[in-house]
Design a protein around this ligand. Structure first.
Ligand code: NI
Length: 173
């Protein structure tokens, strides 16, 4: 498993709509393993392929509690079958937005269909943190970022700070 560099916002590639995976093959399995390794290294709860620059509909999540063993999930071509009308608000972050957190409102529960790393069709029901995480990652596949759920003003503040940090970094190097 390899840790791959993560795209940091603002980056046009993060706005791309990712393509369905045609076949879950060795290349996709390597991608999923790398995503997991990269996510754990960054201490994240989820990571989508596009965040390492690969526009494919695949992502990983792991929302296990700190004192329990890892519980990685690898999802390919996920599809939301149902989402609850009840909503919850959760403070989200994103490995493409280091050090930024904001409250986002999403469906409290949902049911998903996806392909696992063997290419088998599966269904999963999720609530709470896992439900939030799955929706956040599916958004990535559609080029949507958690800041896109915020007001224009809040999003503007975050994006300007990130752009400024990037300019400062460019001058340093
Ligand atoms: Ni994210």
């Amino acid at each position: 498993m390899t840790v791959r560099p993560i795209l940091i916002a603002p980056d046009k590639r993060l706005k791309i709509r990712s393509n369905p995976v045609e076949r879950v093959d060795a290349e996709i399995r390597t991608l999923l393993d790398d995503l997991l390794e990269t996510m754990y290294r960054g201490d994240g709860l989820g990571l989508a392929a596009i965040q390492v620059g690969v526009p494919k509909r695949a992502f990983v999540v792991d929302v296990h509690a700190p004192d329990t063993p890892p519980a990685p999930l690898k999802l390919v071509n996920p599809e939301i079958l149902w989402s609850s009308p009840e909503r919850i608000i959760y403070e989200e972050g994103c490995l493409s937005f280091p050090e930024y957190f904001a409250e986002v409102e999403r469906a409290a529960e949902l049911r998903l269909r996806y392909l696992d790393e063997a290419g088998e069709a599966r269904e999963i029901e999720a609530a709470e943190t896992l439900a939030i995480c799955l929706q956040h990652e599916i958004d990535h596949l559609d080029g949507k970022l958690f800041v896109d759920h915020l007001s224009l003003v809040k999003r503007g503040i975050i994006m300007r700070k990130l752009a400024k940090a990037r300019r400062a970094q460019a001058q340093d190097s």
